[in-house]
Design a protein around this ligand. Structure first.
Ligand code: ADP
Ligand code: ZN
Ligand code: ZN
Length: 732
């Protein structure tokens, strides 16, 4: 019998909670952890990652296979990031292979080599340099190109050449043919692209915040930068990063959605004189992988990215910033349900660097940690420059008449802005024309055939759409209930609001921003540009308008239906609503003209609106924290949610009941009864869930670990699709 010798532990993309043993590709070859390899797996050859090495395998030697090929000469991940990925698999009780798949750009999950592709660049050869200018007497384009290259001994790329020489491509071919020009590849440049443009001098609060973070640059510490809207948080980030770059460190900036704030990237680039490495899921795969590799090679000083950028290797990482840290999009809602904010904290702790969580409306979890001294609180209580916080007025809709959903005071306020040439932003968090298509004779309502939900009427497309699945139906005109013809839209979405505003203000220039109006590539950028250049008078939209924009000429924000979500079943609904309204309100009066916020509500006495009127987020947070404590909800307990779904109605609940029986839960971990989900049927599947709650994290995770293993081996688990959500932010 041959001895198996050392084996490598390889993570492969599989839904199993383990890695697999392989022999070295050849006798004596040594591989380091973090190296990608090709391995035979289930009859195919796939890409995996070496994570460890062991002296022997549990497998009998004749079942051990060899690694087929090595893809990387140097490991793609350093040890500390491999450890972070292992932590993520542990904490979220998720198969390690899927954690790696989330962390790695799809292009690198294939067998591509991890090479940074340079951009082609041309320079003169020695003979070219000593060419006689007389040679170009009849070729002015060649002469111009030659002169341009004489002045650039390091060579130039296509982008620069096209700005400096005419008909340069033809000229270039001629010079190449004579052996006077040669082509080489140059690594993409991110540093020192242009001279940095200094920002405004920081005010004392900003300076104190930047100072506190910078002084902690050699240690792990979490800062909560709580600054009202337009208090200059971004300037604080820039000031810290500027100084860290001088030390040759890298910065990682996590943002909710890059597409919504193209402004932000430009601001970082101009201020720091760099090119930012931008990472988000809408990029073409090869480009995303190239950016990822440039960051991992230390070429890019600043990485700005959404969720999965939390996993990018950065050899000289000096700080992590999580902007709008309260934003729900930091939590992935399928597959590996991780929180990028929480991963960032764990990463910073492991790399012994500071992390800044910034928000005007911090998550209750973060506020509590700050109050208990676990995070250091940095406050920016006022707006910068001459800007004051907007005046917030509640409009009691029980007493006010309204036309098309707009009360008289709101209409008058918009009219006044039109006269003054200022902009108004009208917010309604519901897209489409109407949330229901209903028969006024018999009460029949169009329902999605695959979900427990109403269909939304979209007038622009003249279709009925489901916002929870892909159902898309023609609009029927005869009622299936009574055969009458009294079908009409009920309620209002942004499309209807836009129509109403156009009717009321026929001369105003309107821009609508929601998922429908921005579907086309470039449409959002065009709309934002028209707002900035003053070509729009009234902006109508959903929360896409709330996030991070700096519209200096907006002086009025109108919130059409503020009560949406006020009495929703989810325990986070009020926190979410407060954050959204406060963020939208924050778009008013950011420059030197005073802003006003008008809130249409049927519950003006609700503490949420009280706190809004006083700009007192903390007071409302106190109120919510008290409620959470009384009900033992997070942040006063820890939750995990086991979900199951199936096309068969009874299967999910049956599985969850079995899961509850299989659970060997200690006293300090509570399992609730399995229940159908609030929306039981979605996209043709029935859904149910089981909530697990614990005061302490440790016993919870010890329990979950054993439970998930038991479940993944249970036969009944194959009859449903199930998943575990640790720290769920949405219980629907
Ligand atoms: P936030 O990130 O808190 O929303 P920003 O950093 O975007 O705030 O600042 C809001 C506006 O105020 C921006 O136009 C910014 O250039 C400007 N600003 C920031 N800090 C100062 C300052 N100290 N003095 C003058 N203007 C400032
Ligand atoms: Zn009817
Ligand atoms: Zn549906």
């Amino acid at each position: 019998m041959s001895s198996s010798g050392p084996v490598y532990q390889v993570v492969v993309p599989s839904p199993l909670y383990r890695f697999f043993d392989y022999l070295a590709p050849a006798e004596g070859v040594v591989l380091r952890p973090g190296t990608r390899v090709r391995v035979p797996f289930g009859g195919r050859t796939i890409t995996g990652v070496v994570v460890g090495r062991a002296e022997r395998s549990e497998l009998p030697p004749n079942r051990l296979k060899r690694i087929a090929a090595i893809l990387d000469d140097v490991p793609l991940w350093p040890e500390n990031l491999l450890a972070l990925l292992a932590w993520v698999a542990d904490y979220y009780h998720h198969p390690i292979g899927e954690v790696f798949a989330t962390a790695l750009p799809a292009w690198l999950r294939q067998s591509h080599r991890a090479e940074i592709r340079g951009a082609p660049n041309w320079r003169l050869t020695n003979t070219g340099r000593s060419a006689d200018p007389e040679a170009f007497r009849r070729a002015p384009a060649q002469r111009q190109l030659w002169q341009t290259l004489v002045d650039a001994p390091d060579g130039l790329d296509a982008a620069v050449l096209s700005t400096r020489a005419t008909r340069w491509r033809t000229a270039l071919r001629a010079l190449e043919k004579r052996g006077w020009v040669e082509r080489h590849e140059q690594l993409p440049r991110y540093r020192a692209i242009a001279a940095p443009r200094p920002g405004p001098g920081l005010n004392p609060d900003q300076r104190a915040s930047a100072e506190a973070v910078f002084n902690s640059r050699h240690e792990y510490r979490t800062f909560l930068l709580h600054g009202v809207t337009a208090s200059g948080k971004t300037e604080v980030y820039l000031s810290i990063i500027e100084r860290l770059l001088a030390d040759d460190r890298q910065a990682l900036v996590l943002v909710p959605e890059i597409g919504l704030t193209p402004q932000l990237v430009a601001r970082f680039e101009e201020r720091l004189g760099i090119r930012a490495a931008v990472l988000h899921s809408a990029l073409p795969e090869a480009e995303r992988a190239q950016t990822w590799l440039a960051a991992a090679a230390g070429l890019a000083p600043v990485v700005i990215g959404t969720r999965s950028a939390a996993f990018v290797p950065l050899p000289r990482l000096g700080i992590v910033i999580v902007d709008e840290e309260h934003d729900p999009s930091f939590k992935q809602q399928d597959g590996l349900r991780y929180s990028a904010r929480d991963v960032a904290l764990v990463r910073a702790a492991r790399e012994k660097i500071p992390v800044v969580l910034g928000s005007a409306t911090p998550a209750l979890e973060s506020l509590r940690h700050a109050r208990e001294g676990k995070y250091r609180l940095l406050n920016l209580p006022g707006r910068t420059g001459n800007a004051a916080l907007p005046d917030v007025v509640r409009l009691d809709m029980r007493r006010l008449a309204s036309a098309d959903g707009l009360s008289a005071p709101l209409r008058e306020a918009i009219a006044a802005r039109l006269v003054r040439g200022e902009q108004s932003l009208i917010f309604l968090n519901r897209r489409g024309f109407a949330p229901a298509w209903m028969c006024h004779a018999c009460g029949w309502v169009a329902i999605c055939p695959r979900c427990d939900a109403r269909l939304t009427y979209h007038r622009g497309r003249n279709r009925l759409l489901c916002h929870h699945c892909s159902t898309d139906q023609p609009v029927m005109t005869r009622c299936p209930g009574c055969a009458g013809e009294a079908l009409r839209p009920l309620g209002a979405g942004t499309e209807r609001l836009e129509t109403a505003l156009a009717r009321t203000f026929p001369k105003a220039r309107l821009v609508r921003i929601d998922r429908d109006s921005t579907r086309r590539r470039g449409a959002l950028e065009a709309s934002l540009a028209s707002i900035h250049s003053g070509e729009a008078d009234i902006l109508v939209g959903t929360q896409m308008l709330a996030k991070g924009h700096d519209f200096p000429n907006v002086t009025l924000v109108g919130i059409v239906n503020a009560d949406q979500g006020l009495y929703a079943p989810d325990f986070r609904a009020e926190e979410r609503l407060m954050q959204t309204i406060l963020q939208v309100s924050g778009r008013a009066g950011r420059a030197d003209k005073p802003g006003q916020v008008l809130i249409q509500t049927w519950h003006p006495e609700h503490p949420l609106f009280d706190a809004l009127a006083r700009h007192d987020y903390d007071a409302f947070a106190d109120y919510l924290l008290n409620e959470r404590q009384a009900q033992q909800y997070p942040p006063y307990s820890h939750l995990a949610l086991l979900r199951a779904e199936s096309p068969a109605q009874s299967a999910p609940l049956q599985f969850l009941k079995l899961a509850r029986q299989l659970a060997n839960s200690p006293e300090d971990v509570t399992l609730f009864d399995p229940l159908p989900s609030p929306m039981e049927r979605r996209a043709g599947r029935y859904r149910a869930q089981l909530l697990v709650q614990a005061t302490e994290r440790k016993p919870l995770h010890r329990f979950l670990d054993a439970w998930v293993r038991a479940l993944s081996e249970a036969r009944e688990a194959r009859r449903v699709r199930w998943s575990l959500d640790v720290d769920p932010i949405d219980l629907s």
